[in-house]
Design a protein around this ligand. Structure first.
Ligand SMILES: NC(=O)c1ccc[n+]([C@@H]2O[C@H](COP(=O)([O-])OP(=O)(O)OC[C@H]3O[C@@H](n4cnc5c(N)ncnc54)[C@H](OP(=O)(O)O)[C@@H]3O)[C@@H](O)[C@H]2O)c1
Length: 239
């Protein structure tokens, strides 16, 4: 049985990834901030079956590494896939008013969390050398739109990290992809109120990535519901 380690598992995108993992017959190892966040995850999934939770602070440099140490010690399930979607910091402060403190906070929550997750988990996947391994990060079009300065800067950094990781893993056992999202996705009950894309619908994109080994070192772009049935992907980096 394959297992997906999810970073940011309790958010809109993390819940979607967990739904994708479960619906494709995989198990989930979900990193949660605390028991309240774990309860939120189970509420949105409607089940606890197939889900193991572990508490860690993904906004600390060592948070995900501590989880990997527990996996290596046999205290948590081994995993073959990682989905990273820590973040959610979405402040509207204009660029000129962005304080150093706010800039750094946004970078830690939206960017460094995902980078630290990558740095901690990829060596584990390389060591396992399982040919099914994959690593996926969710990025947002805000990095191109620039309407929210702080979040835009963090997504720009994630785009660059994805390019580097696509290149570095082109020939490893780790199939790296960036899932680039233009639409707004929310957990189903909130999406139903706001008319946004439901996490359970967006789940089709990650289910597709998991099941299609030819999608490797790519940006998979989701702009609307039409992109969920027929995945749009392009090799990265573009030179
Ligand atoms: N949702 C979208 O439409 C969308 C669109 C484009 C891109 N994205 C990308 O996906 C990322 C996540 O979006 P989202 O909508 O899923 O955000 P979200 O619902 O706010 O979830 C963020 C996740 O990160 C965790 N987290 C945030 N701050 C934390 C902290 N200080 N300490 C520990 N954990 C923390 C949250 O834990 P808790 O549950 O405990 O708070 C949650 O698991 C964005 O930053 C962006 O890169 C999302």
């Amino acid at each position: 049985m394959e297992t997906v380690l999810i970073v940011g598992a309790t958010g809109n995108i993390g819940v979607s990834a967990a739904k994708a993992a479960l619906s494709t017959g995989r198990q989930v190892l979900a990193i949660v901030r605390n028991s309240a966040s774990a309860a939120k995850l189970f509420h949105h999934l409607g089940t606890k079956e197939g889900v193991t939770t572990v508490e860690a602070n993904v906004c600390s440099e060592t948070g995900v590494q501590e989880v990997i140490d527990q996996v290596e010690a046999g205290k948590l399930p081994a995993f073959q896939h990682v989905f990273s979607a820590a973040g959610g910091e979405y402040s509207a402060t204009p660029l000129l008013e962005l304080s150093t403190e706010e800039l750094r906070h946004g970078m830690t929550v939206n960017f460094e969390s995902n980078f630290w997750a990558y740095r901690a988990s990829v060596p584990y996947l390389l060591k396992q050398n399982d040919p099914r391994s994959s690593w996926t990060v969710c990025t947002g079009a805000q990095g191109d739109i620039g309407a929210r300065a702080g979040p835009a800067l963090t997504q720009g950094a994630l785009f660059s990290m994805s390019n580097a990781a696509c290149r570095d893993n082109e020939k490893t056992n780790v199939r790296f992809n960036e899932l680039y999202l233009y639409a707004r996705v929310e957990v189903d009950e909130v999406a139903a109120q706001n008319g946004t894309m439901k996490a359970s619908e967006f789940a089709k994109s990650y289910a597709g990535i998991l099941s299609r080994p030819e999608i490797r070192s790519c940006r998979v772009s989701v702009c609307g519901p039409e992109d969920l049935e027929d995945l749009k992907y392009q090799k990265r980096p573009i030179i």
